[in-house]
Design a protein around this ligand. Structure first.
Ligand code: SF4
Length: 492
């Protein structure tokens, strides 16, 4: 098979229709047409599939045709101009059923195409449903597999418990971006810059970041700062003096009295030193993330991490020796050449370390140009993820005393699965929940930072982006500050 052609007539549903078709046919070249109709004469050629997802005045309809097979057609009566949300929902339900029939496959995430499925479960619970009813509704409306409806409802309930006695609307969180890394990983889809090439500009970046933090101070006067997350990139690429400058600037310009959590990513073990960790300690950082991604040396070399498994063990030991009692580890499932055996090996090593939380990511292939190129050039190397592997990761996490507390999906994830954060009770990352479930405003400083102004209980979210490119960020800092001020007006 080599091509799918999709015809739609409501452009606003393109993302959902395209994403759902791709979930059934992940490897197939797909073209979307906004006008025209293949039913008028044109027939699919050899290796072609035609999908038509259409809205008429009083009905939604979906057609499927493939060379040499009988076509499938379904329609559902409804006023397609009255309720946009319901129209989209009906169209996706029909499309899912048609593709299920055509392929003989079911998808564990059903017809869900969004990145926040837990938010849907939480909304059902909010409406007064109990856990069983919310699960049943997820399955009936979105065709979720029981394993995923269970997971969503469990996480929604846990998030509710974690947030009890605390009103996110009273405050905000802050994300601080440090966009430099010791080397660029093959799968990277962030804007990150190799430290060796950018070393001379890091001081300028730190100064610009401090200027932006100083500008944010007066904007948030009278509001409570609940969490800070220093991410990137790799924050520990900063030298101790540079990190001290950023952290001191935060303390001097923002109110810390209501701060509940202060996270720093020490993602790359090859960038962690005692001196840097001492700076973190001095500035009361409460949560650290040390990210192996895999404990297979062959894979680490292949993906360009440029550190060893021993580096991970050593960094983790130093972090614990220095008294950090909330340490997360990230790992990625679906890395090149890794299957259930390799992921099992990584998990068994991580279990021995006993981190306080573990975040399991499914590799997002299409978002990283270098990885895509690599996968095209090395077709003999597999990129494998499956419910079986994710299920194994979940079992490992639970035997480590970690329970799922947040979940999100991304575009083009290996196996069309999910990312899940597991944590010991009392060690969940509040920032991750607040950000992912859009519970409160997140201000972002630094290159590539995306501030999200949240209103009406997450129903309205206005994004204000900083430029991603470091040079542009340095040159256009005043413009970034102005943008943020305007965003603040919306939030007020
Ligand atoms: S450490 Fe993270 S941000 Fe840095 S290059 Fe690797 S994936 Fe990208």
């Amino acid at each position: 098979m080599c091509e799918i052609q999709i015809w739609i007539n409501r452009q606003e549903f393109e993302y959902d229709i395209y994403t759902l078709v791709r979930a059934f046919y992940p490897q197939v070249h797909t073209v979307v047409h906004h006008i025209g109709d293949p039913q008028d004469g044109e027939v699919p050629g050899d290796g072609q599939i035609f999908v038509r997802a259409w809205c008429e005045e009083q009905k939604v309809c979906v057609g499927y045709r493939r060379d040499g097979q009988p076509g499938i057609y379904r329609e559902a009566a409804m006023d397609t101009h009255r309720d946009r949300k319901e129209t989209k929902s009906r169209l996706k339900q029909l499309l899912y059923r048609v593709l299920e029939e055509a392929t003989g496959q079911t998808l564990v995430w059903g017809n869900l195409t969004g990145i926040r499925p837990v938010k849907l479960a939480a909304a059902f619970l909010e409406e007064g449903m109990d856990a069983a009813q919310a699960r049943a509704r997820m399955e009936e409306k979105y065709y979720l597999d029981r394993s995923k409806s269970d997971l969503c409802v469990e996480i929604a309930l846990r998030e509710k418990e974690i947030l009890q006695g605390f009103d996110p609307k009273e405050g905000y969180s802050l994300y601080v971006g440090i966009p430099f890394c010791p080397s660029i990983c093959m799968y990277c889809s962030f804007s990150s810059y190799p430290l060796d090439k950018w070393k001379k500009r890091v001081d300028a970046y730190v100064d610009a970041l401090c200027k932006e933090i100083r500008a944010v101070g007066p904007m948030v006067q009278g509001r409570k700062l609940h969490t800070i997350y220093i991410g990137g990139g790799t924050p520990t690429t900063l030298e101790p003096g540079q990190m001290d400058k950023v952290l001191s600037c935060l303390e001097e310009n923002l109110p810390f009295s209501d701060l509940r959590e202060f996270t720093a990513e020490a993602g790359r073990p090859d960038s962690i030193t005692r001196e840097k960790l001492e700076v973190f300690r001095a500035h009361k950082i409460t949560r650290l993330s040390v990210n192996p991604q895999t404990m297979e040396q062959r894979t680490l070399d292949l993906i360009g991490r440029r550190h060893t498994v021993e580096d991970v063990l050593e960094a983790y030991q130093i972090v614990r020796e220095m008294g950090f009692d909330n340490v997360n580890m990230d790992l990625i499932v679906g890395l090149p050449g890794e299957g259930i055996r390799e992921v099992g090996h990584t998990l068994s090593k991580i279990r021995k370390l006993a981190p306080d939380s573990l975040t399991v990511h499914s590799l997002a292939i299409k978002r990283a140009a270098r990885l895509r190129l690599f996968s095209e050039e090395h077709r003999e190397i597999s990129f494998e993820n499956s419910c079986q592997i994710m299920g194994m990761a979940e079992r490992y996490a639970r035997t480590m005393g970690l329970v799922p507390y947040y979940l999100y999906r991304q575009k083009n994830m290996a196996g069309d699965l999910e990312n899940v954060g597991y944590a010991k009770v009392g060690k969940a990352c509040l920032y991750n929940i607040l950000m992912m479930e859009e519970k409160q405003t997140i201000l972002s400083v630094g290159a590539g930072g995306s501030s999200k102004f949240v209103e009406k209980d997450g129903k309205t979210v206005t994004r204000v982006e900083n430029v991603k490119d470091v040079t542009h960020y340095l040159d256009r800092l005043d413009e970034m500050i102005e943008r943020k001020k305007k965003g603040m007006e919306v939030w007020v």
